[in-house]
Ligand binder design. Sequence first.
Ligand code: ZN
Length: 226
Amino acid sequence: MPERHEIVCYECGFAFVLQGRFEKTYCPKCRQCLTFETITIDGVSRRTVKTIGVVTVTPAGKIAGGRIVATDVILAGAINGGQVCVSRRLELREGATFKPDCVSMRDVRIHAGARIALDHDLVCRDLEVDGFLKARVHADGLIAVRRGGFLSGEIHGPRLAVQDGAGLSAVLDVGPGCAPAAPRKTSTAPAEKPTLSQPETRPEKKKRAPASRKGKPRKAAQNKST
Ligand SMILES: [Zn+2]
């Protein structure tokens, strides 16, 4: 059975699925040629990389500069500088550290066996916890704590799922209308792209989790005062 890849265009943010093996492809929406590379960083890096593949940062890897754009980033080292744009998922493994200003991502996964304690807020869409995470989380999608996982700290977001066998010790602010306090940075930056001739100039549709009727914060504030 051919492998299925969920691709997120690093130029326009459009998500689509491809099957099989390939080195490059074209975005069906913006027609940009997208290269597929699998990259491992295991030293100090100031590289600039754009790929629809996966970038792995090993425990010895340190991103100190440059700009990395990838579909997924698996981080077991450090991101201390530069700019890392993860169009789909940032996976944190044991030893992962990052400066929040240097990284933007859509989803986050805490790998099984990893113990991650963040001294800054974690802002994302979906969060999957298979390991241990201590953090203040603002997620505008689903927060899922899986069997064997443990989430500690503070949780703000519309949806939370805790599996049988998972642990949770946190201040909860969960439900429709519990939007993240901090506006989430989008992972792709179409603003920097020079505008190409686009046949259809519709406002870009962003793929979002089916956020079930999220109340607007303003409305919520008004309701409170009555
Ligand atoms: Zn595109």
